[in-house]
Design a protein around this ligand. Structure first.
Ligand SMILES: [Cu+2]
Length: 144
């Protein structure tokens, strides 16, 4: 369950406009440049936009979804091949799954990209444990 947010609350330290009092948001993890997913587990993506229409494009997963101001769009899928397995399969030890914006949305369009690491459940759990949930006093948006 994701916490509630409002784009009007977006600041330098609250990049998603999270509502601090939202009970569901206390355990939310906020990431910036890298998202980890456990392999063979269904993932639900929900998208919002604070300004214009963007398009979340996952070329390796053959998936794309518009991100629309004022509404939530979503899709779900199950990643079945880890990043490590893909590096072996493709013979490219630098292979990464990526998420890009696929709409020419403005000045920062070139910078709208994120790496997605698909990994084993154990690796994913370890990554998750290292993250500070939104509700902890010292948590701010990760700036990796
Ligand atoms: Cu864009």
């Amino acid at each position: 369950m994701l916490g509630e947010s409002n784009y009007k609350l977006i600041t330098a330290t609250n990049e998603l406009g999270m509502i601090a009092e939202s009970k569901e948001g206390q355990d939310d993890i906020i990431v910036k440049n890298e998202l980890h997913l456990p392999v063979n587990k269904e993932v639900e993506f929900k998208f919002n936009s604070r300004d214009v229409i963007h398009s979340a494009y996952f070329p390796h997963f053959r998936a794309q979804m518009n991100c629309v101001p004022g509404m939530t769009t979503m899709f779900h899928f199950t990643p079945t091949i880890t990043t490590a397995e893909m590096r072996t399969k493709t013979g490219n030890d630098k292979f990464d799954y990526i998420l890009l914006c696929n709409k020419i949305c403005g000045n920062s369009h070139y910078n709208m990209q994120m790496t997605i690491i698909v990994e084993t459940e154990a690796e994913y759990s370890k990554w998750l444990r290292e993250k500070k949930p939104f509700g902890t006093a010292t948590a701010t948006a990760e700036t990796k």
